[in-house]
Ligand binder design. Structure first.
Ligand code: 5GP
Ligand code: MN
Length: 395
C-alpha cells in the first residue's frame, strides 16, 4: 500500500517539495524525541535563566555542600564538564574533604578544597562572573566557603533539590525538591535547553554517579519513570554503569568492613515496637578502626534492612570539632527531615536527613531516645502500647 501512495505522490506532486517535507519531519522527530519523553518540569523561565547565565559567563566557580557526597561532586563535575565544553573557564571548589570513592571521576583532582587551598580558591572566586551553587539550599551548609561566596559581587545561581532554599542568598534559583538528585535536575535543565549534545562522556558518568548515589542505586526516591529515560540517555553516551557502581561501592578498606561488623554487632540498639534503631560512635572507636572520612557512608542505611523498620538514627562524634553529627534515614512517608528539624538542629530530605548537637555523646543519646519516644505515635503500630524504648533485640 505504502509504495503505491509514495509513487502516486511523486507522480502528482512536486518531488522536491515532498522530500523536503520528509526531511524536516525526520529531523524534527529526532531532535524532539527525547524531549517529548521527559515530563516538562523545567519551566520556560528556568530555561531562560540558565541560557542567560551560562551564555553570558566567562569565568565560573561551582561550589557544593560540606562533606560532599556523590550527587554534590557528580553534579558539580557534570556542570564543570558541560561549561568547559562551551568554552568557559571553570573551577570547582568544595568546602572540605570528599571521599576516595569519588576520585575516579575525570578532573576530580582539579577540584579545590577550600579548607586547604584558600589562596587558589579566593583567586578563582575573585575572577568569577558566575558562581553556581549546587546541591545545597543555604550558605550555612557550606560553612566558611559560604562566607567567602557571600562576599563576592558576581551573579549567584542556585541549582538544587533541597526543600525551601533561602531565596535572599541567591540571585537566580532553579530549585526542584521533587527530584531525586541535583544531577537529575541538571540533566533535565540541559535537556530543556536542547543542549544534551554538549554533555560529554565524562559529564554523563558524573551525572549517573550523582543519580545513583542519591537514590541508593535506584532503591529509593527513584519511582519516576523519567529517571530511567535519563539513565538510558546517559548510557547512550557510552558510560559503563556497572563499572561506575563498582567504583563507588567496592572501594573501601578492610578496616571499614570490620568497622561495619563492629557497629552492627556491638553498637546497634533496635527498638522493635518503634520499628527504629540507634547507634552511637565515639571518636576513640573511629580511631580503633583507622577511620577515614567516608567510612561511615551508607552504614546508617543498613538497619533499614530489618523487616518493617521505619527509622535509623546514627550519632557520631565529629573528628575535628566538639560536635555530635546526627544522620537519619526513614522509609515511605515518615519524614526524617522533620524529625531532624525538631530534635537535632537539622533538616534534609524526607527519607535522608541530618543535624548536629553540641553536647556530650551521653546527652546526645538521651536526646535521641526522647525524640523516639516523642514520635512513638508515628512509629509504633499500636501507639498505646506500654512505652519501652530501651528494649534491645541483641542476643
Ligand atoms: P547524611 O546523613 O548523609 O550526612 O545527610 C543526609 C542529608 O541530610 C543531606 O543530603 C542533607 O540534605 C541533610 N543534612 C545533613 N546534615 C544536615 C544539617 O546539619 N542540616 C541540614 N539542614 N541538613 C542536613
Ligand atoms: Mn543531592
Amino acid at each position: 500500500m505504502r509504495p503505491i501512495i509514495f509513487f502516486h505522490v511523486i507522480k502528482t506532486h512536486n518531488l522536491g517539495l515532498f522530500l523536503l517535507v520528509v526531511f524536516f519531519c525526520v529531523t524534527f522527530a529526532t531532535v524532539f524525541e527525547l524531549r517529548n519523553m521527559l515530563k516538562r518540569v523545567i519551566t520556560p523561565q528556568e530555561v531562560a535563566i540558565a541560557k542567560k547565565d551560562f551564555g553570558e559567563c566567562r569565568n565560573v566557580v561551582i561550589v557544593c555542600h560540606t562533606s560532599p557526597d556523590g550527587d554534590a561532586i557528580g553534579s558539580s563535575l557534570g556542570l564543570y564538564e558541560y561549561l568547559k565544553r562551551k568554552g568557559k573557564q571553570v573551577t570547582v571548589i568544595v568546602p572540605n574533604y570528599f571521599p576516595d570513592f569519588l576520585h575516579w571521576m575525570k578532573d576530580a583532582d582539579k577540584i579545590l578544597r577550600f579548607d586547604r587551598q584558600k589562596t587558589a580558591s579566593y583567586a578563582a572566586l575573585k575572577l568569577a562572573d558566575l558562581i553556581c551553587c549546587l546541591d545545597f539550599n543555604d550558605m550555612r551548609r557550606i560553612d566558611e566557603l559560604g562566607i567567602a561566596v557571600g562576599r563576592m559581587h558576581c551573579k549567584r545561581l542556585l541549582i538544587d533539590h533541597h526543600l525551601d532554599p533561602d531565596r535572599k542568598q541567591f540571585g537566580h534559583i532553579i530549585s526542584h525538591p521533587e527530584m531525586s538528585s541535583t544531577s537529575e535536575l541538571l540533566f533535565r535543565l540541559i535537556d530543556a535547553m536542547e543542549d544534551t549534545k554538549n554533555l560529554t562522556f565524562a559529564a554523563a558518568e558524573d551525572l549517573y554517579a550523582g543519580i545513583a548515589t542519591d537514590t541508593g542505586f535506584l532503591s529509593f526516591n527513584s519511582n519516576d519513570p523519567d529517571l530511567f529515560v535519563i539513565i538510558s540517555e546517559l548510557l547512550k553516551k557510552g558510560i559503563d554503569k556497572d563499572r561506575i557502581n563498582r567504583n563507588i561501592q567496592n572501594n573501601y578498606s578492610a578496616d571499614r568492613l570490620k568497622f561495619i561488623g563492629y557497629v552492627l554487632y556491638e553498637k546497634l540498639q533496635v527498638f522493635p515496637e518503634l520499628h527504629a534503631s540507634l547507634f552511637a560512635i565515639k571518636k576513640e572507636e573511629l580511631t580503633q578502626f583507622h577511620y577515614m572520612k567516608g567510612d561511615m557512608e551508607g552504614v546508617v542505611n543498613m538497619p533499614l534492612q530489618i523487616k518493617g523498620h521505619k527509622l535509623s538514627i546514627a550519632l557520631r562524634e565529629d573528628t575535628e570539632r566538639p560536635l555530635i553529627r546526627v544522620s537519619t534515614r526513614s522509609v515511605d512517608d515518615l519524614p526524617c527531615n522533620e524529625f531532624c528539624e525538631q530534635f537535632f538542629n537539622g533538616g534534609g530530605h524526607k527519607n535522608a536527613a541530618g543535624g548536629t548537637l553540641e553536647c556530650s555523646m551521653e546527652e546526645a543519646v538521651d536526646i535521641a531516645m526522647k525524640a523516639l519516644e516523642a514520635w512513638r505515635d508515628r512509629l509504633a503500630d499500636d501507639a498505646n502500647a506500654a512505652p519501652n524504648p530501651n528494649v534491645d533485640s541483641k542476643p
